[in-house]
Design a protein around this ligand. Structure first.
Ligand code: FES
Ligand SMILES: [Fe+2]
Length: 341
């Protein structure tokens, strides 16, 4: 995996945890955007996200930090910070120093997921939160999720959506484009920070080749809603990708199927889709983790709209020079998360 402009961290809204990961009165340290990030949930239930090091003398707030009421208490000298990051209690001091403020991140908790806004220039205000109402849609309430850690940047996996030429080869003809009719091409419609990608292809089940339509609605880089329909069980795959380091990312895949009166059947359908999604991702992972980025690929007339997609994707990155590789040891590639009925 070599470096490219997509190796650095893009701006936008990104998932950093599931709501169920942090209960009232708990803290959790996660690692994204090349740094530790401390999440805490106050006794009121409100979640806040802090840079890790205390503005006083630099202790790590996530290592021994405690929730006290609706504040985060530093483990070193006991300063307490409210949800805005302001010190509201300094033990034994007559006055709270004016500059006593921890840096907080802009947070949004929606549909059981905690998101933060990232920009390399921290003075830039957050953009509007994307429309992820699907995560709260009661008609699509049968849900399961898993995470994928990848030694590649977010672009490498995202390009999958427009790269129709790889389906036949990498996915062992279980997903394929026959390229016999015009409507089987991949179409891309970009509009500012949103892009819609439409693809008609075939999903093979033994001798059956069922026509499937996939619509990917990407809201920035970190939030994608895939809708699958046609001759298949309709389902949604919400993909929430977050950069971990340069050229390392993690994605939470949330599978949503329609609410079915018999919960057991709903869970079974959901599990089968998860099994299929994991099976296909396992085919892609070794390619993504070992390929190089060809800035000027030699494309054939069968390739999808790769260059159009790159142009749209590039708007989220600082125009920085390629950054050095970081080699990370990845543990289990695909990790199950909590399941919901
Ligand atoms: S370092 Fe946090 S209170 Fe002193
Ligand atoms: Fe793929």
């Amino acid at each position: 995996m070599n470096s490219s402009m997509f190796s650095s961290f893009p701006r936008g809204w990104f998932r950093i945890a599931l709501s169920s990961d942090i209960k009232k009165g708990q803290t959790k340290t996660v690692h994204y955007f090349g740094q530790d990030i401390v999440i805490f949930r106050g006794e009121s239930g409100k979640v806040s996200v802090f840079d890790p090091h205390c503005p006083h003398m630099g202790a790590h707030l996530g290592v021994g930090g405690k929730v006290v009421g609706d504040t985060l208490r530093c483990p070193f000298h006991g300063w307490c910070f409210n949800h805005n990051g302001e010190a509201v209690h300094v033990p034994h001091a007559k006055r709270i120093p004016q500059k006593a403020k921890a840096r907080t991140w802009t947070v949004n908790e929606t549909g059981g997921v905690i998101f933060v806004y990232y920009h390399w220039d921290v003075s830039v205000p957050a953009e509007p939160f994307p429309d992820l109402s699907i995560l709260q849609d009661t008609t699509w309430s049968c849900r399961s999720s898993f995470t994928m850690k990848l030694n590649a940047n977010l672009y490498e996996q995202a390009e999958n959506a427009v790269d129709r030429a790889h389906f036949d080869v990498v996915h062992h003809k279980t997903l394929m484009f026959k390229a016999e009719s015009e409507d089987e091409k991949v179409e891309l419609k970009a509009n500012g920070d949103i892009v819609d990608i439409y693809a008609n292809y075939y999903t093979k089940y033994g001798p059956l080749a069922l026509k499937t339509t996939a619509h990917l609605h990407l809201m920035g880089i970190g939030c994608g809603e895939n809708t699958f329909s046609g001759q298949c069980i309709p389902f949604k795959l919400v993909a929430l990708g977050t950069p971990v380091e340069n050229n390392v990312c993690e994605t939470e895949f949330i599978i949503l199927t329609k609410r079915i009166p018999i919960p057991f059947i709903g869970k079974l359908v959901n599990s089968v889709i998860m099994w299929g999604a994991k099976r296909e991702l396992k085919c892609d992972i070794p390619i993504w983790e070992n390929k190089i980025f060809r800035e000027h690929p030699i494309l054939s007339d069968f390739d999808g709209p790769v260059m159009k997609f790159r142009k749209w994707f590039s708007q989220f990155y600082p125009m920085s020079k390629p950054q050095s590789n970081i080699i990370a040891i990845s543990r289990d590639k695909l990790t199950d998360r909590n399941k919901f009925g």
